[in-house]
Design a protein around this ligand. Structure first.
Ligand code: SF4
Ligand code: SF4
Ligand code: SF4
Length: 249
């Protein structure tokens, strides 16, 4: 019997789910090995009977927290899917400000008191609410990595997720380091896996795949030192996707 897979979205732009829809030929292979039973962005049907739950988005309200716990109670395997789910992502930028001022900025003078839809708390990554079995990183997730992880899960294998710095991928591509052009880049402390797409396109990495488990290794420090920076400098620039800096798996 094929594993039943469900996709769920929380606070997100749904760009990671769109990557699933965009899998093109690979989607045909995946349909052969899993039954997708719930996927709001692509189908009308919905079932609460699933084995693997993919969670897109961060957790922003008490009602989201409750829903996520119910999903965890049903799923045999739960996968955090995209930067919002894995580390809080763009949504967590609001955590840098008092919640009242954030609400005021978004809703102005609208009457939002005692309405659970507006009962927001500081944004949380998924694993701050429930146990996460696997993480697929990035903003958005990488399609090839996504297809590989789904295939590994179906085969009962632990998906291989990289835990080495982005600089390794970048150097393999023989890119000119953006530091040489006077730009800043979080490559020395960011987990590889995207193919160093931003530096390849002459833009510094913003760290959407999250920090390495242990960014304090000689290779990374050497790159930073070369450009007159310390590990603390680099970490303090980890703002765009910064809320939850590292994850353990
Ligand atoms: S990780 Fe990026 S692409 Fe994915 S849902 Fe969040 S904001 Fe959208
Ligand atoms: S610092 Fe950035 S641009 Fe430089 S090698 Fe590392 S990933 Fe590439
Ligand atoms: S280079 Fe950095 S910011 Fe760009 S996709 Fe890769 S991890 Fe994300």
């Amino acid at each position: 019997m094929k594993p039943r897979v469900a996709f769920f979205d929380f606070a997100s732009c749904e760009g990671c789910q769109l990557q699933v829809v965009n899998l093109e030929e690979a989607v045909i292979d995946l349909v052969g090995i899993v039954d997708v039973v719930s996927f709001r962005e692509a189908m009308k049907e919905h079932s609460n009977d699933y084995d693997i739950a993919f969670i897109e988005g961060s957790i922003a309200r008490p009602m989201d927290e409750k829903r996520l716990k119910e999903i965890r109670g049903q799923a045999r395997i739960l996968v955090a899917f995209g930067a919002c789910a894995c580390i809080g992502g763009i949504n967590a930028l609001r955590n840098q400000f008092p919640m009242n001022s954030v609400k005021k900025r978004v809703y102005g003078d609208a009457d939002i008191e005692n309405n659970p839809y507006f009962e927001a708390f500081p944004t949380k990554a998924v694993d701050e609410v429930v146990k996460v079995d696997y993480y697929i990183r990035g903003c958005p997730v990488d399609r090839d990595e996504l297809a590989k992880v789904i295939t590994s899960l179906v085969l009962g294998k632990k998906p291989e997720i990289s835990n080495y710095p982005l600089c390794v991928e970048c150097k393999k591509k023989e890119n000119v380091c953006v530091f040489e052009e006077g730009e800043f880049c979080l490559g020395p402390v960011t987990r590889a896996g995207c193919g160093a797409i931003c530096p390849t396109n002459k833009s510094g990495c913003e760290g959407c795949r999250g920090l390495l488990d242990d960014p304090n290794t000689n290779a990374e420090l050497e790159v930073l030192r070369k450009y007159g920076l310390t590990l603390e400098n680099a970490l303090s620039r980890f703002k765009m996707f910064c809320y939850k800096r590292g994850v353990s798996k």
